[in-house]
Structures are given as C-alpha cells and as structure tokens.
Design a protein around this ligand. Structure first.
Ligand code: ARG
Length: 254
C-alpha cells in the first residue's frame, strides 16, 4: 500500500514536470517568434491563396506581431482543434474569427476584439431573409461555431445541419440540401460577390458578436502585449487601411 502511494506521488510529480507551460510575453520576445494557429478556410478573414495563408486576420496579426517585435510561425488546423491546442500549449495564440462567448472564456483568455460582426442568413429563396422566415426550414452552419449555438436556440427551425468547414455549409446551400446558411456577414458578402450567378442573397443578422484572438487561459503577459500592439495598429492608421482594403469600411468594434 505504502509502495503504491509512493509511485502515485512520483507519477504526479513527473506529470507536473512534463506538463508544458504557456509561454509568457518575455519567452516569446526572447525567442523572437510567436506561434499562431488559424484555420485557413474562412475567406476573407483567413484563407489559403495557393499554399500561402492570406486574409484580413493574417495581415492584421502580421502588423501586430511587428509592433511586438516578433515574427509569426503560422499553423493551420481544423477550426475545432484551435482553442483546445491553447490548453495543451501547442501554440501561443489563435486568430480565427472566434466570437467572445462566456463558454469559451472559461477555457481561454480573449484579447481585445479586432472586429465586430455577426451571423447572418444567406438563402437562394428571396422569401427567406428574416429570422422568422427560418421557421420550419433547414439551416447549415459550421461545427463548433457560434452560428451553430445561436441557430439551435431558434425554436422554429426544423433542422440544423453542421459541417466541419464553413465552405461545406455554403456548399449545402448551393446544392439545395438546406434552405439557408448562417455565417459571418462579411464571409457571406464575399461568397455572394464572388459567385454572382449562384443566386445567394444576404438576409438579416441572427445575432451580433465581438471577434477576438485568444491565448491560453490566464496568460496575462502575452494578452497584454498583444492588446498593446493591437491598440497601436488601430491608432496609427494601419488597421483602417487594411480594413478598407478588405471590406471597404472600418470593421472595428465601436
Ligand atoms: N464567428 C464564429 C464563431 O465564433 C465563426 C468562426 C469561424 N471561423 C473560422 N475560421 N472558420 O464561432
């Protein structure tokens, strides 16, 4: 019995030593590199242009990292893996259009928001554009998103079909497997303008949200360093220029 206890104690100790720790702002600065994870399937925010990551959030993170005095080591993964990887210290920061929610804030620490938007209705049927029009209808959304949570809350919706990627949720609408697709308003606007003959129409917001990057829960120094750099980018005109380039407007939260 005593022996078992000893081994158990040793095991606990070892686990403690082997468990990696989130890197502080100083660790990251000393290394000169910050590991940032994103998805890469959510144009115009984060997407692949050939083999290169691109988009508003990619370019914004580059501006912020520059102010922090570090370069970015990018990783692209499935949306579902991103916040979980922070807890395992697989990367320092995530930027992938996450809305700030109470539920997520239990598991990660959110930075200041870098844009404000919301989940909007997209349909091929002009009679489906308001939330009330979703009654009795089927809706596609991306798995693990606030779109899924918020559409599920609508009592009249007949069925919510979820897909690992938002582009698949869009595909479900285009092939008429669902009556509506709920996604980010700006993602919807780009999808509509780049597929002008598809007949997609943008409807109302289902909900609005503040979008922010996230770090491991309690990594205060890193989030403060990021927030300070983000505030500088927002103050010196470079955020406004970047936002106009992608959206023709300034998408910061007001
Ligand atoms: N804004 C939504 C959310 O917070 C969707 C984010 C989807 N992001 C992505 N990279 N696919 O869940």
């Amino acid at each position: 019995m005593k022996r078992i206890k000893k081994w158990a104690m040793l095991g606990l100790l070892l686990a403690g030593v082997l468990t990696s720790q989130a890197r502080s702002l100083d660790d990251v600065k000393k290394d000169g590199k910050i590991n940032i994870a994103t998805e890469g399937q959510f144009a115009p925010f984060n997407f692949f242009q050939g083999s290169k990551l691109s988009g508003f959030e990619i370019e914004l993170a580059e501006l912020v990292a520059k102010k922090m005095g570090v370069t970015i080591e990018w990783k692209a993964l499935g949306f579902d893996a991103l916040l979980a990887g922070l807890r395992q210290d697989r990367w320092d920061l995530v930027i992938a259009s996450h809305g700030i929610t109470e539920e997520r804030a239990k598991a990660v620490t959110f930075a200041e928001p870098h844009y404000c938007s919301g989940g909007a209705i997209v349909s091929l049927d002009p009679a489906i554009h308001r939330v009330a029009d979703l009654t009795g209808k089927t809706v596609s959304v991306q798995t693990g998103t606030t779109y899924l949570d918020n559409v599920k809350k609508l009592s009249g919706v007949k069925e919510v079909k979820n897909f690992p990627q938002d582009t698949d949720a869009r595909g479900a609408l285009l092939t008429k497997r669902v009556d509506a697709w709920v996604t980010d308003k700006f993602v919807a606007a780009i999808a509509i303008s780049s597929n002008p003959n598809a007949g997609m129409k943008l409807g109302d917001f289902v909900f609005v949200e503040r979008i922010a990057a996230a770090v491991a829960k309690g990594n205060g120094s890193l989030v403060q360093g990021y927030n300070k750099a983000l505030a500088e980018v927002m103050a010196d005109g470079s955020y406004a220029t970047l936002s106009k380039k992608y959206f023709n407007e300034d998408v910061r939260c007001r």
